[in-house]
Design a protein around this ligand. Structure first.
Ligand code: BGC
Length: 246
């Protein structure tokens, strides 16, 4: 089955058609920058533009960069505060006229790696970490998603959330070397390890492609692997989420 997956981020909104059996993209990826306002109506318009671009008429899966509880936005994170308590599923279904499934973006990326990537067949507790504007996390126990793990929200020193100190956006903004940033990221993984004691940590998001550049600063005991699906994981997982919608 071919499903349109849309991965919404703080800087870009990206979509592609995905073969839900193989997890492969069957179209080019199409990206529109996230509107500067990051407000619901503006972003809903872009959501529709992406669907129109593909001339698509079927169920749409969407990865969204906040806590999404039963389709409702329960944190605003890097988006406009106006998103709080918005029913994203209803808003996007109305604007597109299509059935829409909404999940947290890191949960979506996790679906992709657990179904088609290096997480396939992994038992125990697997934590997917997406490194981007924020630090997203998806938790899978024996392959089943435990939704909305928000490990990037752990407070650290003077920071209300550790993602404000250790995400890829901080590396970029402060022009940190891989060594400096890698040590910060390792501090984050140390906290993850002590709090949830995972069996495996899988890294996703653009920065995970450069794992070889910061791997030597990662000293946690838990095995850590890069996902290899890179930026496509969010789109693939968003599409797959449609199949898990109940
Ligand atoms: C949000 C998460 C999201 C992550 C990655 C964080 O700021 O709280 O829900 O998964 O960013 O986009």
């Amino acid at each position: 089955m071919e499903i349109l997956g849309i991965d919404i981020g703080g800087t870009g909104m990206k979509g592609a058609l995905v073969d839900s059996e193989t997890g492969e993209l069957t179209s080019e990826r199409f990206r529109i920058p996230t509107p500067k306002s990051r407000k619901p109506d503006d972003m809903a318009r872009v959501f529709k533009d992406i669907i129109d671009h593909f001339n698509y008429d079927g169920p749409v899966g969407c990865g969204f960069p906040t806590i999404t509880k039963h389709g409702i936005c329960k944190s605003t994170s890097n988006l406009n505060k106006g998103w709080l308590n918005v029913n994203i599923k209803t808003l996007f279904s109305e604007v597109s006229g299509l059935p829409v499934t909404v999940v947290n973006d890191a949960d979506a990326a996790g679906y992709a790696v657990m179904n088609y990537g290096i997480g396939k067949g992994e038992g125990g507790l697997v934590i997917m970490i997406t490194i981007g504007t924020g630090l997203g996390s998806g938790a899978f126990y024996n392959g089943k998603l435990i939704p909305n793990f928000e490990l990037g929200q752990i407070p650290y020193k003077k920071h209300r959330k550790i993602e404000k100190w250790a995400a890829a956006s901080v590396k970029k903004r402060k022009n940190l070397s891989y060594k400096k940033w890698g040590k910060r990221f390792n501090t984050f993984l140390e906290l993850v390890e002590v709090i949830v004691c995972p069996d495996l940590i899988i890294l996703g998001g653009g920065t995970s492609k450069h794992f070889d550049k910061f791997e030597k600063w990662i000293t946690v005991e838990t095995p850590v692997k890069a996902s290899h699906l890179g930026n496509h994981a969010g789109i693939i997982g968003a599409a797959v989420a449609v199949l898990h919608d109940t």
